[in-house]
Design a binder for this molecule. Structure first.
Ligand code: PLP
Length: 388
């Protein structure tokens, strides 16, 4: 093979690597788990792959963690993070917040509880915020082995007082796992506050272009890393080298994309909250938001995320429903209705259509604000709202 002065890690598409001789083969299989970042030690791409490892190195830097492991989706990252702490036949209890991603909630109900028989207690927000003393009371009552929550909830964007939540759990030796997809490492790094694992659906802000699904878990403890590598290998949750490559390229603009998205969202939230056609705006950067103080404290007034949920005004549900139809018709000439978030393009979702049981009010929308020029975004919203 010619030597090529490449500055990028290429896409290594091989399923298995050429181990050449007995000595290398023995060494590879013996060292495989003990040296997960040892560059020569690639055996089979479901175990580890050089393209994937190079992107994991970048995520480690962004997250400032000892290790990062990629998987093929946010859900598989969640499955890894939660499965490695499960043991057959014991009475451990886990405490899981209720206001979490719908897919995670379904996974907990259908897989963890129904199939694997785990004992799980839920903790719910009240009036769009978490009550810390209720939480502490529950910790002392059920004495969980593990805690799982999200920094910013979906779609009401409740910001947890996450540093205190982690602190109370760690005082009681609880394993803490945080899904930090909405806040991202730009706003907050849970590992710095004692969390054991941070998870991202890299499909969202980290990849940011709506063109892959990917997940990542990061941590500092090597024991946890070994367990996670082994689980990923045995279940086959590994990301493809092609998707890892895309993620690696797109990560280079993560900070500037997210900064612009947060800036746009901050301005748009203010604009929407002053518009007569809008009844309510849920955005953690607005002083009226129930968890504004948590956001300010956690994110150090840097930014408040790039998701906004709002409700159109109307006398009754029928009027809101009619306005909602009109709103979708007009806005979708510019922005798409896509059930994901974190893309460079502004996208939206009708909340009542996705979660009819929890949020039945028609005319409620969740916005994932993109990187477009702010002037353009505001003009489209202004024109659309004036026409409904
Ligand atoms: C999307 C999402 C997930 C699931 O990630 P996928 O990449 O779709 O598997 C998990 N948690 C949060 C907060 C999400 O937004």
């Amino acid at each position: 093979m010619p030597k090529i002065n490449s500055s990028k890690t290429p896409i290594y598409r091989e399923s298995g690597f050429n181990l050449k001789d007995i000595i290398t083969t023995k060494k590879a299989f013996n060292d495989e788990l003990s040296h997960p970042h040892f560059p020569d030690n690639f055996i089979y791409s479901r175990y580890r792959n050089p393209t994937v490892s190079s992107v994991e190195e970048k995520i480690k830097e962004i997250e400032d963690s000892n290790w990062a492991l990629l998987s093929q989706s946010g859900m598989s990252a969640i499955d890894i993070a939660l499965s490695i702490f499960q043991e057959a036949k014991n009475d451990d209890k886990w405490l899981i917040f209720n206001d979490i991603y719908g897919g995670t909630n379904s996974y907990i109900d259908s897989i963890l509880i129904k199939k694997r028989g785990l004992k799980i207690e839920r903790f719910s927000s009240k009036d769009n915020k978490y009550n810390l003393s209720d939480y502490i009371e529950l910790l002392d009552k059920i004495k969980p082995k593990l805690l799982y929550f999200e920094t910013i909830s979906n779609p009401m964007l409740i910001v947890a007082d996450a540093n205190k939540i982690i602190d109370e759990a760690k005082k009681r030796n609880v394993i803490v796992i945080v899904d930090n997809t909405f806040a991202g490492p730009y706003l907050w790094k849970p590992l710095k506050f004692g969390a054991d694992i941070v998870i991202h659906s890299a499909t969202k802000y980290l990849a940011g272009h709506g063109n892959i699904t990917a997940g990542v878990i990061c941590g500092n403890d090597d024991n946890i890393m070994q367990k996670a590598i082994e689980y990923r290998k045995l279940i086959g949750h590994m990301i493809s080298p092609d998707d890892a490559y895309r993620l690696g390229t797109q990560l280079k603009t993560y900070n500037i994309r997210f900064k612009q998205q947060c800036n746009n969202a901050n301005k748009l939230a203010l604009f929407l909250s002053n518009n007569a056609k809008i009844n309510k705006v849920y955005y953690p950067g607005l002083k009226v938001h129930k968890t504004y103080d948590n956001a300010k404290c956690l994110f150090g007034e840097k930014a408040y995320g790039a998701m906004i949920t709002f409700e159109l005004s109307g006398e009754n549900d029928e009027e809101k429903s009619t306005k909602s139809q009109k709103f979708i018709e007009l806005i979708s000439k510019h922005f798409f209705l896509i059930p994901t978030l974190g893309d460079v393009d502004t996208i939206f979702l009708p909340v009542d259509a996705v979660w009819p049981d929890k949020y039945p009010t028609p005319g409620t929308f969740r916005l994932s604000v993109g990187i477009e020029d702010y002037y353009f975004i505001e003009k489209i919203f202004n024109d659309t709202l004036n026409s409904i």
